[in-house]
Write a protein that binds this ligand. Sequence first.
Ligand SMILES: Nc1ncnc2c1ncn2[C@@H]1O[C@H](COP(=O)(O)OP(=O)(O)OP(=O)(O)O)[C@@H](O)[C@H]1O
Length: 359
Amino acid sequence: MNWDDTTDPDTDAAGERLVGPVADREDQAVEAALRPKDLGEFIGQEKVREQLDLVLRAARARGATADHVLLSGAPGLGKTTLSMIIAAEMGAPIRITSGPAIQHAGDLAAILSSLQEGEVLFLDEIHRMSRPAEEMLYMAMEDFRVDVIVGKGPGATAIPLELPPFTLVGATTRAGLLPPPLRDRFGFTAHMEFYEPTELERVVHRSAGLLDVEIDTAGAAEIAGRSRGTPRIANRLLRRVRDYAQVKADGVITREIAAAALAVYEVDARGLDRLDRAVLDALLKLFGGGPVGLSTLAVAVGEERETVEEVAEPFLVREGLLARTPRGRVATPAAWAHLGLTPPRAHTPGNGQGDLFGA
Ligand SMILES: Nc1ncnc2c1ncn2[C@@H]1O[C@H](COP(=O)(O)OP(=O)(O)OP(=O)(O)O)[C@@H](O)[C@H]1O
């Protein structure tokens, strides 16, 4: 994966966030050790696992290379991990690159022509590849062939190059941005969902075992509940809680230790951090729950408009704490409850405000 060429609003605009979904330097250093190695070890995503298992078993039984696979879903849900599992299950080597790293068709031709038979090519952020590279990929995926252009202008010639059969695993956070001709060339598309708290609890237990950290069931549940449906965040919170347990207690993670540690890092019981809460706080206390325009809300919390929109809002909307309406941002009843505040009478149900939530 190419970590340097991605712009991440979580780190660019709001400093490093403990609950940001994109990998930071420390994540990159430790994630390799925590990745499940086969489908049996991969937690959750039952449907995807079952379907992929069939695809891979069938290919193995035929002695064929597996079909191309498209994985879509938010960062940190396990797309890279699954691509490595696909290679491992097929007994094939894997090459890892990313859309932004492929600027020219020639870059892609160089990678494709050096693949071994059956190799898995993992192309992260496939929606960010350049157009000419994308067109070259169509032919490579379908016919295992590329045309390498030699020379320029009227004298340029296309030299066809045969490729060994390979499996492309494309990953994207935005499946909707992929041009249909590219999307159609994948034999299997899997959409990865956010994880349930009980699944994240298993992720935390498994990682704690690998990191040699003692944790009880309630401690794991506490961390899971604050991990925003994302294994990467669960693993990161676990590491911070482990530090706290070592320094402030006897190293064992219990519910109390997890809660106290994450209070230090300002990650609340639902996984909201300081920025998320500042947005909700302003919306409720300054604007009576809205509707209020995004720019006004951003000024009120002293952040850029983009930071509020791209960093804080998606999770608040997903959690059902904030709604985007044509008239502006509106807090839901759950937001009032979460901050322990009572909505003014005008915001209680049955007062004509229901239409703001599309009721
Ligand atoms: N199903 C799972 N079971 C256990 N651990 C998981 C699972 N999914 C992800 N993880 C853990 O979460 C971390 C992040 O996963 P991964 O790098 O595969 O995410 P990703 O979707 O590829 O993220 P990005 O899009 O940012 O590259 C990994 O270290 C892995 O240990």
